[in-house]
Design a protein. Structure first.
Ligand SMILES: [Zn+2]
Ligand SMILES: [Zn+2]
Length: 130
């Protein structure tokens, strides 16, 4: 069976998400169009939704503008989001933090993901030099 166009797009999308770590459909459209100029936004939306359905990518916390962001890391992890540049990165602090939060809450079980907001070091440095 020869690979369908969808398979071709999904493959390229997966590698683009892998390169970027976290990516919105808009960012992925730009990437994909550099390889397949004919691809439409709808195609990208459908293909990324399908990748998420199949567990090939995860949904990361949304961007500042509420755009869905996909995550290439499919093992459980938490996130730091810079509120200045909207950059997102993975952090693994749950094992250290959750027992503290849980005991502060009198033993509640924490099941949600942690999202820590702040200003990344790049934005901090930029502010100093401006
Ligand atoms: Zn930043
Ligand atoms: Zn992530």
């Amino acid at each position: 069976m020869k690979p369908s166009r969808d398979t071709k797009y999904s493959k390229e999308l997966l590698s683009a998400i892998g390169d970027l770590g976290h990516a919105t459909n808009a960012e992925l459209l730009v990437q994909l169009r550099s390889v397949f100029p004919e691809v439409s936004a709808t195609t990208v939306h459908r293909a990324t939704a399908r990748l998420a359905d199949r567990g090939k990518v995860l949904e990361a916390p949304v961007s500042k503008h509420g755009c869905l962001r996909y995550d290439s890391t499919t093992t459980p992890h938490d996130h730091f989001i810079c509120s200045v540049c909207d950059g997102i990165r993975n952090i693994n602090i749950a094992a250290d933090i959750l027992p503290m939060v849980s005991s502060a809450l009198g033993g509640c079980k924490i099941t949600g993901k942690l999202v820590i907001y702040g200003t990344c070091e790049r934005c901090l440095n930029r502010k100093v030099t401006v």
